[in-house]
Design a protein around this ligand. Structure first.
Ligand code: SAM
Length: 232
């Protein structure tokens, strides 16, 4: 399957195994991951955030229920909310989630904005788990004819060591542990040398949400684009 599907499948497999109730996708783009996640019955709240409000707006209709969704004999309630906003800004409505994902987003930020992203996501939103994916630059020589970055909007592409350095600093600063993995295998024999095409960090919060979180101020900087309640 194409790489973007493999990245989303990685999240879906995680959701199937861990059954988070509140899930948010940061930089949700065309909402294709959210569209798949809405079929998972354990999910009660599904939130998407993207800086590109037009894109989110255009795709929100695809999240509306199919008529058959109403015909299920047993149902759970699912609330879907889409916001226009930047992941460099805090918003209290994204706090306390079981899972936040950020798939191929951070490489679109300047390094100063990556720092804000880390503070917002790990210091303020404090999800129990965060899944972050980004290109692995060590894999790039396997793309024929690629000179420079994989996409003109990328501000950087990190090697495994660079991703690791950022991730371990996040863990140290905000009390998380991280496991490194990825999707997109190199041809046999090269996997060890170049790693995965997309590298993924699965971050787990070490402490339970404690009283110190109560002291975090409630900030609302995102704009609600759409909100749906459905039964599934
Ligand atoms: N996560 C989606 C996926 O896997 O298909 C989309 C990935 S796309 C390469 C990057 C997305 O990040 C775009 O939709 C873009 O609008 C969004 N984005 C870029 N900067 C952002 C920011 N500061 N805050 C929120 N979203 C941002």
């Amino acid at each position: 399957p194409p790489l973007h599907r493999q990245r989303h499948q990685f999240v879906i497999d995680f959701v199937e195994r861990n059954k988070p109730k509140k899930v948010g996708d940061l930089g949700c783009g065309e909402c294709s991951l959210l569209k798949k996640l809405r079929f998972h019955r354990e999910v009660e709240l599904l939130v998407g955030v993207d800086i590109n409000g037009t894109q989110v707006h255009k795709n929100m209709h695809g999240l509306a229920p199919l008529s058959t969704d109403y015909l299920q004999p047993t149902y759970n309630q699912l609330c879907i909310e889409l916001y226009q906003g930047s992941v460099t800004q805090k918003d209290a409505r994204l706090r306390g989630f079981d899972l936040l994902t950020s798939i191929e987003l951070i490489e679109h930020l300047t390094l100063a904005d990556v720092k804000s992203f880390s503070e917002v996501v790990f210091g303020y939103m404090t999800p129990a788990v965060a899944i972050i994916s980004t290109p692995n630059s060590e894999f790039n020589p396997l793309f024929p004819g690629l000179a420079g970055f994989r996409h003109s909007d990328h501000k950087f592409e990190w090697s495994r060591a660079e991703f690791r350095t950022w991730a371990l600093e996040v863990c140290q600063d905000f009390g998380y542990e991280v496991e490194f993995t990825g999707v997109g295998q190199a041809p046999s024999g090269l996997q060890e040398r170049v790693g995965f095409c997309s590298q993924i960090g699965v971050f787990r919060r070490l402490r339970a949400r404690d009283d110190s979180n109560v002291l975090l101020e409630d900030v609302f900087s995102y704009t609600l684009v759409s909100s749906l309640n459905l039964y599934h």
